[in-house]
Design a binder for this molecule. Structure first.
Ligand code: KIV
Ligand code: ZN
Length: 403
């Protein structure tokens, strides 16, 4: 029997679903750099890619398994359709990891069965069962997803999940593939699964959701209240179409409102014990790295990691914050790894302060790169009263990463 985790498992799919968004393609070295940073961030599982998709994807998953998948590191996972050739490639790619998972999926909604798979429910049931058992011959840790669960007939879903768990699935992931459900519906779906799948306690319930209606994070929080213990998410919420649930938003919602969520995890309301293993101080740095490497810009008003997330512009707000930050801030900028005061450097600042701040932001420039960037910094500082972290990021992009 799978024991239920004490904390919420954070499953990061930036390198798989995140990379599926148009324009976000990453090379192997970039994927490896992100995987290392995800490990520093403290994610429990890294979905490193879709090994069967291309030789490059296979190599990236394999390299991440070798280098990041250490004994104390995260579980390394590869996606695989419910087909033998996919599952075999996934198993080979993750082989070097100390902790490895195969994530296999097949659609269960009638729309997908009729138009995409052209298969009956009975056929899908048999494939799910057979392919989970096949995956289990390579590793114990098996995740099964009924794709488009959000639009599937719940009775059929219960049956598929029961059979997948009986065949060896240790995590059952419930995807809202097209971001269609509302929070109450999604929470109800998880509740229904808990109540109607007889062997559900032998597996961890996971959720995966897209942001087509901007509801993915809200849906996940309802899912947690109803028994979900693994959240599949991406840095900055990147992913197919409107993206996935954003890791930083989920983690900070669970952190800032932990007393609200504690009872749903069977903890005393007042408990200060973190709900996830994430080192929140690594959030900002990870967000910047993913944005820089994928070229996917973060909108200024994006929750948690947007440029304006901790900025106060109006006089009334500035006055309030100067008197007491609690008036307009529900979390400290330092919690996500930003300096408390983002206005730290100006035209009078020296090289040392400049270098120190770059290091705090995760950059290790060589002497030559530093010299170039410092000249540019002084030019910008002459024109701007305030040099923010976002100006520094732009300078680094122009002068260091392209050097
Ligand atoms: O959105 C989705 O359904 C997926 C599955 C492969 C989990 O990405
Ligand atoms: Zn997805």
């Amino acid at each position: 029997m799978k024991t239920q985790p004490e904390k919420i498992i954070i499953f990061d799919t930036t390198l798989r679903d995140g990379e599926q968004c148009p324009g976000a393609t990453l090379n192997i070295d970039e994927k490896l750099a992100i995987a290392k940073q995800l490990a520093r961030l403290g994610v429990d599982v890294i979905e490193a890619g879709f090994a069967f998709a291309s030789p490059g994807d296979f190599e990236a998953v394999n390299k991440i398994a070798q280098i990041v998948g250490t004994e104390n590191g995260p579980v390394i996972c590869s996606l695989a359709r419910a087909r033998q050739e996919d599952i075999k490639a996934a198993a080979q790619a993750i082989e070097p990891a100390a902790k490895k998972r195969i994530h296999t999926f097949i659609a269960t909604s009638d729309i997908h069965l009729k138009y995409k798979l052209r298969k009956s429910r009975q056929e899908v049931l048999a494939i799910a069962e057979e392919m989970v058992a096949y995956a289990k011959s390579f590793t114990d840790d098996i995740e099964f997803s009924p794709e488009d669960a959000g639009r599937s007939d719940p009775e059929f879903l219960y049956e598929v999940l029961e059979r997948a768990i009986a065949a060896g699935a240790t995590t059952v992931n419930i995807p809202d593939t097209v971001g269609y459900t509302t929070p109450t519906e999604f929470g109800g779906l998880i509740k229904g699964i808990k109540e109607n799948v007889p062997n559900i306690n032998q597996a961890i319930i996971s959720v995966h959701g897209h942001n087509d209606l901007g509801l993915a994070v809200a849906n996940f929080l309802e899912a947690v209240k109803n028994g979900a213990r693994q959240l599949e998410c991406t840095i900055n919420g990147i992913g197919e179409r409107a993206g996935n649930a954003a890791l930083e938003e989920l983690v900070m919602a669970l952190h800032v409102r932990r007393q609200y969520f504690n009872p749903f995890l069977g903890r005393p309301t007042e408990s200060e014990e973190p709900l996830t293993n994430i080192d929140t101080k690594q959030i900002y740095r990870t967000s910047r790295m993913v944005s820089n490497l994928t070229g996917m810009l973060v909108q200024p008003n994006k929750a948690i990691v947007g440029a304006n997330a901790f900025a106060h512009e109006s006089g009334i707000h500035q006055d309030g914050v100067l008197k007491n930050k609690l008036t307009y801030e529900i979390m400290d900028a330092q919690l996500i790894g930003l300096t408390e005061n983002q206005i730290v450097l100006g035209k009078h600042s020296g090289r040392n302060a400049f270098r120190t701040r770059l290091r705090e932001l995760g950059y290790e420039p060589t002497e030559t790169e530093l010299n170039k960037a410092f000249v540019r910094f002084k030019e910008v500082a002459d024109k701007k009263k305030e040099i923010t972290d976002w100006d520094l990021e732009a300078i680094v992009n122009d002068e260091i990463q392209q050097a």
